[in-house]
Design a protein around this ligand. Structure first.
Ligand code: 13P
Length: 251
């Protein structure tokens, strides 16, 4: 099970900026990546092709997408299907990112439909879960994670290839705030997610990757990635500069 270092560029970068940043990253990382690690870039839809071109031939680099619509095709103005993404070389996509839940209003049930549809369409899925600060203060972390996880995988076949389903624990209060969760908080949440996954999927859950996301930076990445049940990181702000993200990937 390779550790996954994923760069979520959110709504940043024109296609030419994205092409350059991806090429710079490949230049900085190639030949220096530790064994058992892989790197994924998730640019905006408009930059998927230029990033794919920059990654061509680069070993252990993957292309991901930030979103998709859970239908094969049809009258869904403005939406993008899994088949369209796969055609561009995308192998994984996010579901349930906190910005889609809390800014765009996606419900856990919608996240569940997307997760199942993406997997059945041949994409790998990174299902994001995480509590808001008021939920943490109210002692509801496990209740929130359990709800988001169970709803998120409700329609996923129990014999799904475990390598194609990742969970990202991203506490909402740590996203884009500079406030990283402490090691104890990460350990507890990740152990809980693992127990839930084992409860739902059985033994194969030991091969599902659990990523941490929320203010991961070059100076905290090594400590986070070494924690039990942390199988990778999902990085926003610090993934936008090739130099910063290369230091995370090589940490
Ligand atoms: P930041 O790394 O900017 O906190 O964002 C985390 C995130 O949302 C990744 O998906």
């Amino acid at each position: 099970m390779n550790k996954l270092f994923a760069a979520n560029w959110k709504m940043h970068k024109t296609s030419s900026e994205a092409r350059q940043t991806a090429a710079d990253l490949v230049g900085l990382v190639s030949g220096r990546l530790k064994p058992g690690r892989e790197v994924m870039i998730l640019p905006p839809f408009t930059a998927l092709t230029p990033v794919a071109e920059s990654l061509r031939g680069a070993k252990n680099f993957l292309l991901g997408a930030q979103n998709f619509y859970p239908q094969k095709q049809g009258a869904f103005t403005g939406e993008i299907s899994p088949a369209m993404l796969r055609d561009l070389g995308v192998t994984f996509a996010l579901t349930g990112h906190s910005e889609r839940r809390h800014v765009l209003g996606e419900t856990s049930a919608q996240v569940g439909s997307k997760t199942a549809f993406g997997l059945s369409s041949g994409l790998g899925v990174i299902l994001c879960v995480g509590e808001k600060i008021d939920e943490r203060k109210a002692g509801r972390v496990e209740a929130v994670l359990e709800h988001q996880l169970r709803e998120g995988v409700r329609e996923v076949p129990r014999d799904v290839d475990p390598e194609r389903l990742c969970i990202a624990y991203e506490p909402v209060w740590a996203i884009g705030t500079g406030e990283v969760a402490g090691p104890e908080e990460i350990l507890e949440a990740h152990a809980f997610v693992r127990r839930m996954l084992v409860d739902i999927f059985g033994a194969s859950a030991s091969r599902m990757r659990i990523l941490y996301g929320g203010s991961v930076k070059p100076d905290n990445a090594a400590e986070i990635i070494a924690l039990d049940n942390v199988d990778g990181v999902l990085v926003g702000g610090a993934s936008l500069k090739a130099e910063d993200f290369s230091r995370i990937v090589l940490a």
